[in-house]
Design a protein. Structure first.
Length: 332
């Protein structure tokens, strides 16, 4: 069979070629994303994989896919909010994601952000670089992770891996989740509601999908309930947090810091090289704050995760083409 991958990054190429050689299938690698201007490249292929940082919401794209006989769309990510599910359904397309590519990769990045903020590294750096101030100032005395209460919001695979790490480090771990996970329960000291987490947690780390119920889940009312010395970590989706409200909370010292691997407007510039004038004002404001750390949605970028993202996506495409069911299919 012939498959085509859009949005291919150099780091993905070896794993795509490895899969093609192992399975005997053809895989065409395209750097451009799937858009109305690139859709005609799909003709003659059997299946599609995308790594999309912009919406696929043009009805013409879905109509063309149906015209070309395509039966599925696979994203090499856990998130699938770039697709229009109604258009996919009406054009007979199955959607798959890679729900588990390396939970540890994201969990470890969240911990990295949290430790950077907890130990006040950005604030030390600002004083050293800007003021040549190397004093051991009493206002920069920090905490140790073992005496922190960490709230995990969303206890799926990534949230569960995060709970394991913090529990191993001796933190008190509480979790906000729809169902108390049997698998991860040994790593959680208490299952609580969101309001309890907001008032008790020293570190709140987000691992929920972006849905209508989680969009702006953290906004001004939630920040006002958090401890003044609390840290927010967002390893989920950008729009789970209201960025403007977050900036205001940081400026007003309602919370102590934020670690962000994702932002609400990231699709316009994350994973791209853009002109300085095209960088949004909210990003510029956030990265100027010494108590904020931002990374451009790269928590997944480990060798294990990238291999799994590519090869699980291609495996699922091949299975669907053969008429098989796959566990990563999104149920409409």
């Amino acid at each position: 069979m012939k498959l085509i991958m859009f949005g291919v990054d150099d780091k993905e190429v070896p794993y795509a070629k490895e899969w093609a050689a192992k399975t005997g299938n053809e895989v065409k690698l395209v750097k451009e994303q799937l858009t109305a201007s690139t859709i005609d490249l799909v003709e003659g292929f059997d299946g599609i994989s995308v790594l999309q940082t912009s919406k696929i919401d043009d009805p013409a794209i879905y109509a063309k896919l149906k015209q070309f006989g395509i039966k599925q769309l696979s994203t090499r990510t856990a998130g699938f909010d770039m697709f229009d599910l109604d258009l996919a359904k009406s054009n007979g397309l199955k959607i798959t994601n890679v729900s588990i590519y390396s939970p540890r990769a994201i969990a470890e990045m969240g911990l990295t952000h949290a430790m950077y903020l907890l130990r006040r590294i950005g604030e030390f750096k600002e004083r050293m670089v800007n003021d040549a101030d190397f004093r051991w100032s009493k206002d920069l005395v920090s905490n140790e992770i073992y005496n922190q209460t960490v709230a995990i919001v969303g206890l799926g695979h990534i949230g569960g891996a995060t709970a394991q790490i913090y529990k191993a480090l001796g933190a008190r771990v509480i979790a906000v989740t729809r169902e108390a996970s049997v698998i991860y329960a040994p790593y959680v000291d208490a299952f609580v509601d969101l309001e309890t987490a907001l008032t008790e947690a020293d570190i709140i780390t987000l691992h929920v999908p972006l849905t209508s119920s989680t969009e702006n889940m953290f906004a001004a009312p939630q920040f006002k309930q958090m401890k003044n010395n609390a840290i927010l970590i967002n390893m989920a989706r950008g729009k789970v947090v209201n960025t403007n409200d977050l900036i205001a909370a940081l400026k007003n010292h309602e919370i102590a810091g934020a670690g962000l691997d994702t932002l609400g407007d990231e699709t316009t510039y994350f994973s791209k090289k853009v002109s300085p004038e095209d960088v949004p004002a909210d990003f510029k404001e956030l990265v100027e704050m010494p108590n904020v750390v931002v990374t451009p949605h790269v928590a997944f970028m480990t060798t294990t995760a990238v291999r799994n993202m590519v090869q699980v996506s291609l495996n699922d495409i091949a299975a669907i083409i053969k008429g098989k069911n796959v566990k990563n299919e999104i149920r409409f």
